[in-house]
Design a protein around this ligand. Structure first.
Ligand code: IMP
Length: 434
């Protein structure tokens, strides 16, 4: 069940499906009074939406904690940063009167996304045809690939202009060679890359820190820390639906390596799952609905990407997927979001397993060999056919909604500690002692 910040100073919030579970709202909610919010992976492919006081904010790179005054935001070494995107996001927030100055600190070991990464990704996607991933087109994969190739440019490099110039020249030379000879694509000018990195340096010079050291000190001092995941478990580069995944470690281990924080410092793990399932981009999605019901969920849930505006694929809640995500992340409780989207339905289905030919499979890991062929096994539950608007306690929920939640808890094996029945901060049911 939800817990006291005093007892559990370091909490991790991550996605249980294919991203877009509503993590932004949950981080914002639990972030009240939290001293530090830290991002550990991904980049501006993420789109975390937060609504309050009739305003909507969509954050891509900056941790959601920026919307709570007094919270310090850390961007860890596991994040990839497009310098212009970060500058742009800061400007948008400032224009909307969110104080950002001095509140964002960036790991010296984080890597940059640069224009050649975006062009390279476009080339790869265009040539991929049927194997196309359907990425967000932000250059995420090539930036992480450069990190592994040891060709990446890190945030700390901007602090030494000569070294930076040398590194940019080398990286641009390598990429231009690849872009022009392999793909016949446009080349990138080293001077433009350098300019954008120097603009970043001028703005963020004083914000470049050792994030790991920061967090260790904060832990010693007993400060409250919220770690914010982006994307979701099924998009993890190893444990997701590879190759239809993002290029970072979205799971609990990524939080440790992406921040330089020992995993044993994490006190509580909160998984965020939608009351149904969505996915953007290509790849396996066993409970996808390509009929009118899928259209209904897309419309009722406004299921269009916060970053790219793409329509999301929609389907029923998949307890096999969520149980796997709970297991691999050692989740303590689930924050169940968008329950209200199901308000008008006569019946609601839950996937409890799959069949492949005559075989029944109940474990996600076993399905990997058959992703294309699995057929979901559904259990059907009656809908509640009434609006959940204004409901603020579990007991007030209609019986059918309580039964639906109860069944999800049975199937997934952990409590649904937070239930979201609308996009606003107040449209939330907190169960237990917060
Ligand atoms: P990339 O992260 O842009 O490389 O995209 C790889 C896959 O992850 C694609 O299927 C994207 O649609 C998906 N993806 C990336 N970021 C998000 C997100 O924030 N929410 C949902 N899906 C995402």
């Amino acid at each position: 069940m939800p817990d006291s910040r005093k007892t559990y100073p370091v909490r991790l919030i991550l996605g249980m499906q294919w991203g877009d579970e509503g993590k932004g709202k949950i981080v914002d909610l639990l972030g009240e009074g939290t001293q530090i919010v830290a991002r550990y992976q991904g980049g501006h492919n993420a789109g975390h939406t937060v609504r309050f006081d009739d305003e909507t904010f969509i954050l891509h790179l900056i941790p959601t904690g920026i919307l709570r005054s007094g919270t310090l935001c850390l961007i860890g070494n596991g994040v990839v940063i497009d310098p212009d995107a970060l500058l742009g996001e800061m400007q948008v927030l400032e224009k909307r009167n969110v104080r950002v100055e001095g509140r964002v600190k960036i790991s010296r070991y984080a890597h940059f996304i640069l224009p050649y990464h975006v062009i390279l990704e476009k080339c790869l996607e265009e040539r991929g045809e049927s194997g196309r991933i359907g990425t967000t087109g932000r250059g995420i994969g090539p930036a992480y690939a450069d990190k592994i190739y040891r060709l990446g440019i890190r945030v700390e490099d901007v602090l030494d202009e000569d070294r930076l110039k040398h590194k940019v020249d080398r990286a641009v030379l390598e990429h231009n060679h690849l872009l022009s000879s392999a793909y016949g694509a446009e080349e990138v000018a080293a001077a433009e890359v350098l300019d954008s990195l120097l603009r970043f340096r001028d703005r963020f010079r004083d914000s470049i820190v050792d994030v790991s050291g920061y967090l260790h000190r904060a832990c010693r001092e007993g400060k409250s820390i919220l770690i914010e995941g982006a994307q979701g478990t099924l998009l993890d580069v190893d444990f997701g639906t590879y190759p239809f995944v993002t290029s970072s470690h979205t799971i609990i281990g990524g939080a440790s390596s992406g921040l330089g924080l020992p995993i044993r410092k994490i006190d509580k793990v909160i998984g965020v799952a939608k009351a149904y399932t969505t996915r953007v981009g290509n790849g396996p999605f066993p409970t996808e609905l390509t009929d009118d019901m899928g259209d209904f969920l897309r419309k009722a849930g406004s299921e269009f990407g916060a970053t790219t505006g793409r329509p999301r694929r929609c389907g029923w809640f998949d307890a096999v997927v969520v149980s796997f995500a709970i297991k691999i992340n050692d989740v303590d409780y689930i924050a169940l979001t968008k329950l209200d989207v199901l308000d008008d339905l006569d019946e609601i289905k839950i996937c409890t397993g799959y069949t492949v030919g005559d075989e029944v499979i109940g474990d996600w890991t076993e399905t990997c060999a058959y992703w294309e062929d699995v057929k979901p096994v559904y259990e059907t539950m009656p809908g509640w056919k009434q609006s959940l608007a204004g409901i603020s306690s579990f007991e007030e929920l209609p019986e059918a909604a309580r039964n639906y939640i109860g069944r999800l808890e049975e199937l997934c094996g952990v409590p649904m500690g937070i239930i979201s029945v609308g996009s606003g901060r107040e449209e939330t049911i907190m169960r237990g002692d917060l």
